[in-house]
Design a protein around this ligand. Structure first.
Ligand SMILES: Cc1cc2nc3c(=O)[nH]c(=O)nc-3n(C[C@H](O)[C@H](O)[C@H](O)COP(=O)(O)OP(=O)(O)OC[C@H]3O[C@@H](n4cnc5c(N)ncnc54)[C@H](O)[C@@H]3O)c2cc1C
Length: 309
């Protein structure tokens, strides 16, 4: 029997595709709560947020919001926008890397297109001393995303990392096959609506799998980004790293801008590296709906803002 939270999560993710919801949120969403999770609609606003976070001691990770393009020309425009972002971050000398979704670079139009676009961005990033992270999208894109990641490593790109999701049944095998490559991995629970054939239906199983992946990743070669707001996962990572004498420069914690800022500061105070992921842009709708779905209580926060208007 799925929990109330799980049912609410599925309902929010399903409602996200509804036209009326999209139109309403497109108009009012930023004022109703999206601005809590989005570091601005423009790059200037995002850079301002990054500066403040850097001053507090956080690393950052900038993402231009946007998903799945419909043509090679659109993918090319996304490359140009990301090139602008990379150059701006380098000029500003901020401590910030860059995250991107391969569907924005044309993955749905062909793996070769997405890979060659990614190579263009990685070359520029390497030249300017930045690293990039390929976000993980829904399960339909995992195989091709990991294939491209492996190809990039084989080409000698060493400024790129990828993501594994503990909700997916395949992730343990994926991790095992990646570990010999000393990957730069971000571990997350997974933000997409998935079927039980590919994903664990119960949150407890997703959490248990997160712990297993975490231990496996920390024990292997490579660098692990522990991307979660879950106290239990974070506490487990710290204890495991202590017990196995895993140096602190082999892992970091990552959280999303606007979520559990006090916990972010607490980890920083304890001497851990903490990255705050900052997203910006006008295409914040799907990102915001995933944040609502992760914590259905956020819908109450949105509803309160609605009443206050
Ligand atoms: C840096 C970063 C990068 C990510 N990249 C990806 C990616 O590439 N692909 C992908 O599928 N997913 C990604 N995610 C999202 C991730 O998969 C989860 O959906 C998200 O992190 C919520 O899970 P959790 O680990 O925090 O645990 P949960 O068990 O969902 O939450 C634990 C606790 O954290 C707090 N919390 C969690 N989410 C919220 C929220 N939205 N608002 C308020 N409080 C909240 C609550 O207190 C909650 O009890 C990323 C997450 C982070 C932090």
């Amino acid at each position: 029997m799925p929990s109330l939270n799980a049912m609410a999560r599925r309902a929010i993710l399903a409602a996200a595709h509804n036209r009326a919801t999209k139109a309403f949120m497109g108009r009012y969403g930023m004022r109703l709560g999206a601005s809590r999770f989005v570091a601005g609609e423009t790059l200037d606003q995002c850079v301002g947020v990054i500066r403040v976070l850097n001053q507090q001691g956080f690393k950052c990770n900038a993402t231009l919001l946007g998903e799945a393009v419909a043509s090679a020309a659109d993918a090319d425009r996304a490359v140009a926008e990301y090139q602008g972002l990379i150059k701006r971050l380098a000029t500003e000398h901020v401590n910030c890397n860059v995250a991107i979704k391969l569907t924005l670079l044309g993955l749905d139009l062909g793996e070769e297109l997405a890979e060659s676009n990614m190579v263009r961005l990685l070359e520029l990033s390497a030249e300017l001393g930045l690293t990039m992270r390929i976000d993980m999208e829904d399960s339909a894109h995992v195989e091709s995303t990991l294939k491209i990641y492996r190809n990039l490593l084989a080409r000698g790109c060493d400024n790129v990392g990828v993501v594994l999701q503990s909700c997916l049944r395949r992730s343990a095998a994926d991790l095992e096959s990646l570990l010999p490559l000393a990957p730069n991995l971000r571990l997350v629970k997974g933000a997409y609506l998935e079927g039980r054939e590919v994903a664990f239906p119960d949150k407890a199983e997703v959490d248990d799998n997160y712990v297993r992946l975490l231990e496996q990743a920390l024990s292997g070669a490579g660098y692990t980004a522990i991307a979660t707001h879950d106290d239990r996962m974070i506490h487990h990572a710290i204890t495991f790293a202590d017990q196995h004498q895993i140096p602190r420069d082999r892992f970091e914690f990552q959280m999303l801008y606007g979520i559990r800022p006090q916990l972010q500061r607490e980890l920083l105070r304890k001497g851990f590296t903490v990255l705050v992921a900052t997203c910006y842009g006008t295409h914040w709708y799907p990102f915001f709906m995933r944040r609502l779905a992760e914590r259905p209580a956020n819908v109450l926060f949105l509803a309160r803002n609605l009443v206050r208007r």
